[in-house]
Structures are given as C-alpha cells and as structure tokens.
Design a protein around this ligand. Structure first.
Ligand SMILES: Nc1nc2c(c(=O)[nH]1)N[C@H]1C(S)=C(S)[C@@H](COP(=O)(O)OP(=O)(O)OC[C@H]3O[C@@H](n4cnc5c(=O)[nH]c(N)nc54)[C@H](O)[C@@H]3O)O[C@H]1N2
Ligand SMILES: Nc1nc2c(c(=O)[nH]1)N[C@H]1C(S)=C(S)[C@@H](COP(=O)(O)OP(=O)(O)OC[C@H]3O[C@@H](n4cnc5c(=O)[nH]c(N)nc54)[C@H](O)[C@@H]3O)O[C@H]1N2
Ligand SMILES: [Mo]
Length: 647
C-alpha cells in the first residue's frame, strides 16, 4: 500500500480541465475555486435540465466503509441535491443477484468459510480463489480442508494459480458454457441414482420438469456427457468422473466464482448450480453450500453506516448500460437525457465494457466531476478532478462483504499533499449550493463514526477499538439452514415456499421456467472465446499505474499452443486481437495453461489509443460489448468473441 500511497503520481491539488477532454491538460486550482466551480455548474445543470440529467458513476473504490463509502456518499450527496439518474445493480454479480431470489426468495444464501471444516468435497466452479480473494479466509480454509484429505476440483478454462496450488483435478471448460456441463453432471447423477430424492421432494418445486428436459422428453436431446462435450469442450470421461465423485461425496461445497454469471445466459448458470446442490441434498447443511454466490451473501454484524435519502427522480438505469444511456437517452428507450457525470470511486471508462463507447459518452456530457487518487483514464476525461484520501489517511469501520466480522480502519498517517476526504468534498459543495444541513446533519466525521458505533451490536467497544476486530457470534453460518431444519415453519419467500427449480415468475421475464442453455455461438470471423479475468496484482484497474505491480504481471494474450501454431504465432510475438468492438495490439503468451479455442487477456489495463483508435496497451474492454445478459441486464464480459492474427 505504501507504493500506492506515496506514488509520485498521486493527485496533489484539485485539477480543472484546460485542453480537450482526454488530452491530459489540466491546471491546478485552489480548493475554494474548484469547489465553487463545481457548485455553480451543478446548479446550472439542475436548473437547465433537471436533476435526472446528472448520472452517478463509480462506487466500488473504497471497500465497504461505514462512512467513507464512495457509493453511499455520492448517492447521499446527489439525493440531497434533489435527485439524479441512479445506476442500479453492479458489474460483479448482477445476474446472480437478480436470479437467486426467484429460486430462494432471498439473496442471503452464502456460507461462512469456517463451515468448510465439515466439507468432504470442494468444487470451485469458475473461482480463482488464490488470485482473487473473494472473502479473505476462503483460501486458507480450503488449504486446511485439503490437509484433511478433502479433494478440490476446479472448473476453469485456464490452469490458474488456484488449479496449480490447490486442485486435485482441473476440469477445463469453454467460458459461458457451464450450464451444459452442469446439465450433463445432473444427467449422470440421475442415471446413476445419485440424487437425493427425499431432499428434492421435501424442499424443492418443479424438479421433474427439468428431469424430463434432461432426458430429452421435450426436445428429443438427452443432455448426456457426449452432448455436453460438444458444447463445453470438457471431455465426456471427465464429466462422468466429476459427476460420480460429486454424487458419492457428502457434504459437498460447490463454490461458484462470479465469473460464470458474467456471461451471456449467466442467470442460468446460477440456477443450474443451485439445482445441482438441491439434487445432491447439499443445501442448508454444514459443509454444503447453496450453489448460489458464496461471496457477500450473508449479513454482517450490525453497525451504523451513512444513510441514503430517497432519490426523488426515482430514475435508474442498469449500470452495465451507463454509456448507452448517456449516448442514446430517451430515443434509445432510456428514462433520462444525461448532461452531467458525477464519478466517485470508479474508473468506468476502463472498467465499463466498450472503452471507445465510454469515451464518447464522457465526451458528450456538458459537465463531469471525479474524485480520485490518480489521474485515471476516466479522471482524464473529466472537467474537474478532486484529489481524495486513501483509507490510510482517515478513520472508518469496514463492513466486509458477507463475513461475520467488523474491522476498524484506523488512520495511520496525515493526509499528504492537499487531498481531502470524499465526505469533506461533498460537504463543502453542499454548503455552497445550500443543502449542507441535509447532507451533514451538522455532524463531522467523528460524530458519524461514534454514532455508528453507538448503534452497533458490539458490546465491548473498548476492546474493538483496541484490537480492531469484532467477531460476530456464529462463525459457522450456513445459508437457508432454518428452512432446511424446519421447512413448514420457515418456508422460503417463493410462491411454493420451496426452492424453485421451476419458476413461473421467472418465466414472466420472457425466459424459460426451468434452467435453460443460452450460449454465444462462435463464428468463422471470430472463432476464439475471450475471457478477461482479474489480475493477482491489481484490483480491477487499480495499481496499473504503479510500476512495481505492472512489472509483476506478464501482461499479454494467453493463447494455446495449438491456436498459436495454426496462426504461426510464437511466444512474445506482436499480435492483433480483433472483436466487433475494437482492436488491440499486444504480445502473445503462448501457453498450455489455457484451453484450445480460448484466449485470455487480464482486465484492468489503462488503454493507450493510437490515432487509428487501436489500443496498444492491452485494455480488455476495448473488445467487450455493452449488450447485457438478460433478464438481469448484467455484465457479460466473459462472453466475447475475437480473432487473433500475427502482426
Ligand atoms: N486480485 C484481485 N482479486 C479480485 C479482484 C481484482 O481485481 N484483483 N476483483 C474483485 C472483484 S470486483 C470481483 S467481482 C471478484 C470477481 O471474481 P470472479 O468473477 O470469480 O473473477 P474472474 O477473475 O473474472 O474469474 C474467475 C475465474 O473464472 C474463470 N472463468 C472465466 N469465465 C468462465 C466461465 O464462463 N466458466 C468458468 N467455469 N470459468 C470461467 C477465469 O479463467 C478465472 O480464473 O474478484 C474480486 N477479487
Ligand atoms: N473486461 C472486464 N471488465 C470488468 C471486469 C472483468 O472481469 N472483465 N470486472 C468488472 C467488475 S466485477 C467490477 S467490480 C468493475 C470495477 O470497476 P471500477 O470500480 O471502475 O474499478 P476500479 O479500477 O477498482 O476503480 C476504482 C477507482 O476508485 C478509486 N478509489 C479507491 N478508493 C477511493 C476512495 O476512497 N475515494 C475515491 N474517490 N476514489 C477511490 C481508485 O483509484 C480507482 O480508480 O469492473 C468491471 N469490468
Ligand atoms: Mo466486482
């Protein structure tokens, strides 16, 4: 963190744009002049176009702080301003979060990592847990289980660090085709009578319909391993092995990564993984899992956090479509005409799909503001950039995504340069526009934090402030265990009160009532499937600007030896990657660590466009599309088709 904190390119003073957007030309400004300027422009935009013309972007940046939470603070500020166009859902898990309540009636469906002490088999389905933390304790708990002799199976198109350091078995699969593999696994479980009929009957609704579908009663096609192999590329023997080990080992924790639902039809992957855990009786039991997202889906201990007043415009658009919403407005079916962007805690030009479209969107608006640590690509397209503190420079409580604990994030150093907290920046602007009372309620940061603590469930507050950690009582929580223990008294909030393998409500969204296979077909022009996963050395696009981290990642396109050979590409060669959306020139990493037919470019690189609009840095979202997966309107970055050529 020191490398980030003291990086020479940390922003030092507020910046006002001087040159063209994106030119990198800014002049440094005093705080008061820059704050005045933003206040004036927000008033102007609000008067001329109304509140819905201001869109909120960003909001992941600062972990889950109780106070310094970029998402909550920006919403609070813009709500107090009178409203805004909200961006709903998120890049990470839109499809899963949309779908899971149809099946379970809730999104509180995770497990505490300690429960892996009771597990007899761990299936990491598209989860690269060693590189992507997905909840800090999971890796160590999986290692502990392994030392007990528990087998770990990893299903991934790549032989990842997780495969190499944790797995007993690697199951390769084409991205975006998990539903076919899951169906074939269930097909074998049914055939071998390895399903838990009692469990299915007692706890679920509509399983027979899916069973009939798998047997081919509806479309004449048996969803056999041989059928699946043609779709997902996983050899049928491996599918059969997987099904047999899975069916014979109880309890099994099936832990899906978020990757499997950031695909076209990602909604169905989550439905099917839940179905598998239902069929094998692994839901709600110690050592099992629900098959839905494990990460961030159980409540954290109670503590106060900054509240968000009602957004009076009532207008929101799916975050995955923000650039389309700006560019197309009402003509494109979106609810507002957007004229200004307020971006805090996000680098959305780089991280949103279709970088060139994102740049156009930023060029189109009349006014844009950003709070940042660095002059990111996104900040570079803004009119005003405020330099903001890192977590080392302020006090906060951290509410982890899903874990049963709270952390104290104590200020370690004084803010360097002239940076200010996001809270302070908003407060200053609200003062200038005239809603400071609503925004701050007259409280400074210390007041808020003591109020949050006051409201918390923590009894020994001194101890918490001393140790910096508070552990919730039960560290062995299992999602839906109440329902499993007593389904009559604790029915699920679904129409049947049970797990809805078949959902008539879901069918109303226009998709199948039972899980179905929806995939992207490759074509001659774009025959390779591109995945763009996370780098071990970045948090999305964070750290890319810092040399030490950049040097640790071998950035380039992973391509299988076979695919390289047929294109006469050698390791290290300059290559061109092309999709419908754009072109990248980068180096080839010829490797056996990725399946034939799949290529991989780690996400999070800041683009460097030449005069022809070709990216020379290797920024994954040059190639991706803002067409979402439906019905969730979620991200589908792992369903991208490309062609690769030697330059
Ligand atoms: N080091 C690091 N950790 C991070 C992040 C980071 O940027 N850096 N980001 C955090 C965030 S914001 C999130 S949302 C999570 C994301 O967590 P995930 O979505 O789980 O992360 P990914 O790296 O996209 O994918 C995980 C693995 O799935 C594989 N994969 C890709 N597509 C498919 C598919 O269709 N099927 C299967 N079976 N496998 C597939 C990839 O090869 C990769 O190894 O990670 C968090 N953790
Ligand atoms: N191709 C492809 N694209 C993806 C993904 C993928 O797997 N593949 N993953 C998607 C996912 S899951 C996600 S979550 C998104 C992430 O998208 P973003 O949230 O845009 O990604 P980050 O790069 O983490 O950007 C966070 C920014 O917040 C800033 N920041 C950090 N702390 C603070 C703070 O306290 N205050 C302020 N004001 N700023 C702060 C950082 O400097 C950084 O620039 O990307 C999505 N895009
Ligand atoms: Mo994410």
């Amino acid at each position: 963190m020191g490398r980030v904190q003291y990086s020479p390119d940390r922003l030092k003073k507020p910046l006002l744009r001087e040159g063209e957007r994106g030119s990198g030309k800014f002049k440094e400004s005093s705080w008061s002049a820059a704050l005045d300027y933003v206040a004036e422009n927000l008033i102007k935009i609000r008067e001329k176009y109304g509140n819905a013309s201001i869109i909120r972007l960003g909001g992941s940046g600062a972990c889950n702080g109780a106070l310094h939470n970029t998402s909550s603070l920006t919403k609070r500020f813009l709500s107090c301003l009178g409203g805004f166009t909200e961006t709903y859902s998120n890049y990470s898990s839109a499809a899963a979060q949309y779908t899971t309540p149809y099946i379970f009636g809730t999104n509180e469906v995770g497990i505490d990592p300690n429960t892996l002490e009771y597990t007899n088999l761990i299936i990491l389905w598209g989860a690269n847990i060693v590189d992507n933390r997905l909840g800090v304790p999971f890796e160590s708990k999986i290692r502990k289980a392994k030392s007990r002799g528990v087998k770990v199976i990893v299903i991934d198109p790549r032989r990842t660090t997780t495969v190499k350091s944790l797995a007993d078995k690697w199951v390769p699969i084409y991205p975006g085709t998990d539903v076919s593999l899951m169906m074939a696994v269930l097909f074998i479980l049914l055939k071998e009578d390895l399903v838990d009929r009692k469990f299915i009957k007692k706890y679920s609704y509509g399983f027979e319909d899916l069973e009939n579908f798998l047997y081919g009663d509806i479309d004449g096609i048996q969803k056999s391993p041989e059928w699946a192999e043609k779709i997902c590329g996983t050899p049928s023997e491996i599918i059969i092995d997987l099904a047999l080990v899975y069916g014979r080992t109880h309890p099994t924790a099936l832990i899906p990564g978020l990757s499997i639902q950031r695909t076209i039809g990602g909604e169905e992957a989550i439905r099917m993984s839940i179905t598998l855990q239902t069929a094998t009786g692994n839901i709600g039991v110690l050592g099992g899992s629900t098959g839905a997202l494990t990460w961030g889906t159980l409540p954290s201990p109670k503590i106060g956090s900054i509240s968000i007043p009602l957004n009076h415009t009532g207008i929101s658009i799916p975050v995955y479509r923000w650039a389309d919403a700006i560019l197309e407005g009402k003509k494109g079916g979106f609810p507002s005409e957007i004229k200004a962007i307020y971006n805090v805690g996000g680098n959305f030009i780089v991280q949103g799909s279709d970088v060139k479209k994102n740049i156009k969107a930023f060029q189109k608006v009349e006014f844009s503001v950003c709070h940042e640590h660095f002059l990111t690509t996104t900040a570079n397209y803004c009119d005003v950039v405020f330099p903001t503190t890192t977590f080392l420079e302020r006090d906060d409580f951290l509410i982890p995504d899903g874990g049963n604990y709270l952390l104290l994030s104590k200020q370690a150093i004084n803010p360097i340069h002239e940076v200010k907290n996001d809270y302070e920046i908003f407060r200053e602007i609200s003062k200038r526009i005239g809603f400071e009372k609503e925004f701050s309620e007259g409280k400074n940061e210390e007041d808020w934090l003591s109020e949050f603590l006051e409201y918390s469930e923590i009894i020994d507050r001194k101890e918490f402030l001393n140790t910096g950690v508070y552990w919730g009582k039960n560290q062995y929580r299992v999602g839906l265990s109440d329902f499993i223990k007593d389904p009559l008294n604790n029915p699920l909030q679904t129409p049947s009160g049970k797990i809805e393998i078949k959902s008539e409500n879901y069918a109303r969204t226009g998709f199948s009532a039972i899980p179905s296979l929806r995939i992207m077909e490759i074509n001659q022009k774009y025959p390779l499937r591109l995945i763009t996963p996370k780098s071990r050395y970045r948090v999305n696009s964070q750290n890319y600007n810092i040399k030490w981290f950049r040097e640790r990642e071998n950035q380039g396109l992973w391509i299988n030896i076979y695919d390289a050979e047929t294109r006469k590409i050698k390791d290290g060669d300059k290559i061109c990657i092309k999709s419908v959306q754009g072109i990248i020139h980068t180096n080839a990493i010829v490797t056996e660590e990725i399946m034939k037919g799949v290529v991989c470019l780690l996400e999070g690189v800041w683009p460097s466009l030449n005069s022809e609009g070709i990216d020379l840095a290797g920024s994954a979202n040059i190639l991706t599309s803002t067409e979402p997966t439906l019905p969730s309107h979620g991200s589908r970055t792992h369903s991208t088709l490309v062609q690769v050529k030697k330059i």
